[in-house]
Design a protein around this ligand. Structure first.
Ligand code: RB5
Length: 150
């Protein structure tokens, strides 16, 4: 399994390139699922490709970028086993791993600058899931909605 995939729409394309360079410079292998230009495109398609890679255990983690980060996080959280966290600061990033075991980081390129985005990514990469009572809660995220299925 590779470590990390990254994806964006046109609005996130430039920030994705910056984040990708940072990851590569840190020696982290990155699978880029696109988009590969500034041409207008539909963010759910890239969320889909990245989340399916995680579900198929081709990669462990993902980073998704769109203008607000909202569309990407809404899309990614529809996929079983995906816990996508839209983060606007380092605290969000640390806690999304420590308490929520996030496996996808979502960022809004029109909301935060590239320096903050890099700090958020670094905090997220360095944080670990604390398990314990948080594991029970994370499991409930998947279990409780299924109880309503007739
Ligand atoms: C694209 O204009 C924009 O809607 C998209 O990047 C994202 O912000 C959607 O949530």
């Amino acid at each position: 399994m590779q470590y990390l995939a990254i994806g964006s729409d046109h609005a996130g394309y430039e920030l994705k390139s910056i984040l990708k360079d940072y990851l590569l410079n840190r020696g982290i292998e990155v699978v880029d699922v696109g988009t590969h230009s500034l041409e207008s495109c539909d963010y759910p398609r890239f969320a889909h490709d990245l989340c399916v890679m995680i579900q198929n255990k081709q990669v462990e983690y993902g980073v998704l970028v769109c203008g607000t980060g909202i569309g990407m996080s809404m899309s990614a959280n529809r996929y079983r086993g995906i816990r996508a966290a839209l983060c606007a600061n380092e605290y969000h990033a640390r806690m999304s791993k420590a308490h929520n075991d996030s496996n996808v980081l979502c960022l809004g390129s029109r909301v935060i600058g590239s320096e903050l985005a890099l700090s958020i990514l670094a905090a997220w990469l360095e944080s670990v899931f604390e398990r314990d009572r948080h594991l029970r809660r994370v499991n409930l995220i998947d279990e409780l909605p299924n109880q309503n299925l007739a």
